[in-house]
Ligand binder design. Structure first.
Ligand code: 3HC
Length: 704
């Protein structure tokens, strides 16, 4: 009998290997190969047991997400897994690394499961706006029970080997060679005449009728409003009530509903947009040692990211006390990551060992990458880069973490501007994944590629941006904030604005964010901002509060009061009165501002500014803008980002709405961007514009 593709034989044990780099997603050819293999091996009298294993770093990372936007192709995964489960010979899944979504469902369709110590098993479908659609909702509870299934599937968080064994999902751990261990076990099972142990034949665990409803009610309101979490709970509830076949059909129908939702489209779009740009590894210079200048919150956060990401880092400060505080902050964060299980003991120990401190700037001489994170002042940074230009070794990349200053002005002072780039981290830098990589006028491609590849190595999402005031994220933030500040003067209370935008899906309201960041920060920036808009109403409410020493959380007073022991926000009538008096002074008539208007003005301002940024070439694509806003500013992922959201509204509607706002509030702030008008006129979208440009660049590249 000829050997099916991807199958190897070890005596009476056949081994099927998923070999579809980079992550063994279950693309159509993989499904076809597995189906053909199972059919052939089931019929082959020489085969007594089958092992399924993954090549490379993991077992199987799930369905191929790219296929979800195309017409479905046979064999479909649920039917394929039913065929695996129906196999008359014991099928052993040998799991390692990412075993996610459809990959975990494949494991559940096997009769026995063993795994290596690096297992990461989970159901991340929820973060794609989906539910496990290939039998997971019906099979998993039969092994792990209802509560664990509800938690695993609604959280999307993966579990490790110990928990997987504890829950009964994995039968045994294999230390050493996984393939050899799995084959040995399969052989044992065959010799013991062990029957195929089908999960669907296991008894349905008992459940309380109200259990599912209670679980759903306890989910955060934002999760309940999305399509997937309630449907996951419904699919599991159906599995508790219905016969397996009916429950499988119900889960599949719910999966198809999720798949068709705008929210899932948005999540899938972000999944690929966040993985879009791949660093040029050929151009990137090797970075074996980094240095961070400044050990404040930002500098320490960057040092934590580098150390936990595997890059040795020297933290440099001018004063011993500040350096000690910075190093203590780094250690405390690594300890906390270890306590919470995000790093195991060895990883935490290695991360701690990667951090050193120094009080001498000359110590940068050993670094391949220097990241400056000192006080936000151009003169200070220019002076520092002048010295760095001399002290850093030739070829070292010099990055500034400025969020508002001109990268070219900083680069010019270094005497080696080709080595200088901006690396704009978001606070807290060890938590936030976004980094805007700022291209200065003279930044070399090698310096940009180096920074991009370091960002990727330490698990960040690096988005290239041009050097203009506020780069991409903060420039748009100013447009968004402009409108909320105007609406404060027009009579909208801070908490009403925040609620409207949180209801829209923003992670936090803009006034609460201002209080958290400190109202003095933006106030200082606006004081030094030379060509800021000439409008006495511009950010007047924030500046007024800052002038009064109401800096936000750190002073216990800002847009809100923070006087409870837990530091919760309390609306403050004094703020409403202060702003009312200021509005009167400025001649702004106060009125009732409805939540719909709040959302429309803030979000349309974002979209319009985003379109201008594209026109100016400061961002390379609409999806880069969306990644920045979803990862740096708490824009709701289920809406895909401001530009994706604009497409879902329709660009003609967006332009009409902006023109209506122009009639009510003037054209200075509300002239629709030329790009928006052009695209709306052509019946196009940001997405079609982006793919048109990509195709043109591709064609150009081929011709060239
Ligand atoms: N489908 C298609 N492509 C995938 C993919 C998937 N499920 N998972 C990863 N990829 C691609 C990425 O797009 C990336 O492609 P690129 O190199 O062209 O940019 C490449 O694989 C590597 O991915 P990462 O950059 O994310 O690599 P990491 O090493 O950082 O992470 C991972 C690996 C943990 C496997 C991560 O990729 C991941 O979490 N993947 C998604 C897993 C997932 O969501 N699975 C569920 C899918 S839905 C499903 O299974 C439905 C089922 O119930 C029917």
């Amino acid at each position: 009998m000829t050997q099916p593709e991807a199958v190897a034989r070890d005596g009476e044990v056949a081994v099927f290997t998923f070999d579809h780099p980079p992550v063994n997603a279950l693309a159509q050819p993989v499904r076809a190969r597995l189906l053909a293999a199972v059919e052939a091996l089931d019929a082959d009298p020489g085969v007594r047991a089958i092992v399924l294993i993954g090549s490379g770093r993991n077992f199987v990372a799930g369905a191929d997400v790219r296929e979800f936007d195309r017409p479905p192709l046979e064999p479909f995964l649920p039917a394929l897994l039913a065929r695996v489960e129906a196999c008359g010979k014991p099928v052993v899944a040998a799991l390692h690394g990412a075993t996610l979504g459809g990959g975990a469902e494949t494991a559940l369709a096997c009769h026995y499961r063993c795994a290596a110590g690096d297992l990461k098993l989970g159901f991340p479908e929820v973060s794609l706006g989906l539910l496990p659609g290939a039998g997971g909702t019906v099979r998993l509870p039969r092994l792990a029970g209802w509560q664990a299934s509800l938690e695993l599937m609604t959280s999307g968080k993966p579990i490790g080997i110990d928990r997987a064994i504890e829950l009964g999902i994995v039968d045994r751990r294999v230390d050493g060679d996984l393939r050899a261990g799995a084959i040995a076990w399969a052989r044992e099972l065959a010799h013991a005449h062990a029957p195929p142990r089908r999960v669907l034949d296991l008894p349905v665990p008992a459940s309380r009728p109200s259990q599912f409803e209670e679980f759903l009610r306890a989910l955060p309101a934002a999760a309940r409003r999305l399509p997937a979490p309630p449907r996951i709970v419904e699919a599991l509830a159906s599995a508790a009530l219905l016969p397996a076949d009916a429950a499988l059909a119900r889960a599949r129908a719910l999966f198809m509903e999720c798949l068709a939702s705008t929210e899932s489209r948005a999540f899938r779009y972000l999944f690929f947009a966040e993985r879009g740009a791949v660093p040029d590894v050929v151009l990137a210079r090797a970075v074996g040692q980094a240095a961070v200048l400044g050990s404040g919150t930002m500098g320490a956060g960057i040092a934590i990211s580098l150390a936990t990401g595997g890059i040795p880092v020297l933290l440099i400060e001018a004063k011993q006390e500040a350096l000690d505080a910075g190093l203590a902050r780094v250690r405390a964060a690594i300890d906390a990551a270890e306590r919470k299980g995000r790093l195991d003991r060895d990883e935490a120990e290695a991360a701690r060992g990667r951090v050193q401190g120094s009080l001498t700037l000359a110590a940068v001489a050993g670094a391949d990458l220097v990241i400056e994170a000192v006080y936000e002042n151009l003169a200070v940074k220019r002076e520092l880069f002048g010295r760095l230009g001399q002290l850093a070794k030739p070829g070292a990349v010099l990055a500034t973490n400025t969020s508002t200053l001109d990268v070219d002005a900083i680069a010019g002072a270094s005497g080696r501007p080709a080595d200088v780039v901006g690396m704009h981290f978001f606070s807290p830098a060890n938590v936030m994944r976004l980094v805007e990589v700022v291209r200065g006028r003279e930044s070399s491609r090698a310096a940009l590629a180096t920074v991009h590849s370091v960002a990727k190595r330490i698990g960040k999402i690096a988005i290239p941006v041009g050097n203009a005031f506020g780069f991409v994220g903060n420039r748009m933030l100013y447009a968004y904030g402009r409108e909320k500040e105007l609406m404060l003067l027009e009579g909208a209370k801070p908490e009403v604005i925040d609620k409207a935008l949180v209801d829209f899906g923003m992670a936090m309201g803009p006034n609460a964010v201002g209080d958290l960041a400190g109202l003095d920060i933006g106030w200082q920036v606006r004081k030094e901002w030379r060509d800021k808009p000439e409008d006495p109403r511009f950010y007047r409410a924030s500046d007024l509060l800052a002038e009064l020493g109401r800096y936000g959380q750190k002073t216990g007073r800002g847009f809100y009061r923070y006087d409870t022991p837990g530091g919760e926000r309390t609306p403050d009538p004094e703020v409403v009165e202060l702003i009312r008096a200021e509005a009167e002074r400025l001649g702004v008539r106060q009125r009732q501002v409805e939540p719909g208007e709040i959302v429309a003005r803030c979000i349309l301002a974002l979209i319009n500014e985003g379109a201008r940024i594209l026109e100016d070439g400061i961002a390379a694509s609409p999806s880069d803008i969306d990644v920045i806003w979803c990862n740096g500013y708490g824009f709701p992922r289920h809406r895909g980002g401001p530009m994706f959201y604009a497409d879902t509204l329709g660009l003609a509607t967006v332009v009409d709405s902006i023109r209506k706002l122009a009639r009510a509030h003037g054209e200075r702030d509300w002239t629709p961007a030329g790009l928006l008008v052009t695209l709306a006129g052509a019946g196009a979208s940001f997405a079609s514009w982006q793919s048109g440009r990509a195709a043109a660049a591709d064609g150009g590249g081929r011709q060239g």
